[in-house]
Design a protein around this ligand. Structure first.
Ligand code: ZN
Length: 230
């Protein structure tokens, strides 16, 4: 132990290759410590880059899109957990001994990884097929959503409602898993309708109908058509 350590006791710690002593350090060194991790991207950021072969700007855009995907903190933080790859699927839970096996809650066959649970599982794929049909009814666009679309959302600005519905859909898959149920498009559509009506109520209350109508335009047309034909 050197002289400085003796003076400060056990408060010093290592930060990278440097030893940081809060008693002896000056404000400049505190500042350097605070910004040491600035600019270091999260593990989820690097994973998205590698898994989907994206560049830094695109991945940054994916994270920035979180701010506009929903006004609800709960929904935003759920999507952030997915992007940051900190969702506890059975693969992770089995690793830490929290569950006895790592198999998928839905199919009970494959390992429950994040991509399997939210896209690759036959039961989830069936859910997304029905989601595609629902989106076709809303938008008139026949689209096949791939893992990347589902996982990070579409990057075009015009896809605000679609991206929101996709996050809601993933939340439905996650909640179904927690309840040990298979994700059902019918149940999901009821949840969408509740969201629509709740946001409509809030928009009227806050006088933000314009924003609400722009977001839900396709859904509103769909409801009008349904009401007119019944
Ligand atoms: Zn499965």
């Amino acid at each position: 132990m050197d002289d400085n350590s003796r003076k400060t006791g056990s408060l010093e710690f290592c930060c990278g290759e440097k030893v940081f002593d809060p008693v002896l350090c000056k404000s400049k060194q505190f500042y350097e410590l605070l910004i040491a991790k600035k600019g270091i991207v999260s593990r989820g950021f690097t994973k998205l880059k590698n898994d989907f072969d994206l560049d830094d700007i695109t991945v940054s855009k994916v994270f920035l899109n979180l701010l506009s995907v929903s006004s609800e903190t709960f929904i935003r933080s759920f999507q952030l957990k997915l992007l940051d790859d900190i969702v506890f699927t059975n693969k992770r839970l089995a690793k830490i001994g929290y569950v006895p096996h790592d198999t998928c809650t839905f199919c009970k066959e494959e390992t429950e990884t994040i991509y399997h649970l939210f896209y690759e599982c036959p039961f989830t794929l069936l859910f997304w097929e029905n989601f595609e049909k629902f989106w076709f009814v809303l938008s008139g666009k026949k689209e096949k959503f791939m893992l990347q679309d589902v996982y990070i959302g579409k990057l075009e600005k015009s896809c605000e409602l679609l991206n929101y519905l996709m996050v809601l859909a993933k939340l439905h898959i996650w909640q179904s898993r927690k309840q040990d149920k298979i994700p059902e498009c019918e149940v999901f559509l009821k949840q969408v309708d509740v969201k629509y009506r709740t946001e409509k109520y809030i928009a009227v209350k806050n006088n933000t109908q314009k924003k609400f109508q722009a977001k839900w335009l396709l859904y509103r047309w769909h409801l009008d058509l349904k009401n007119n034909s019944s």
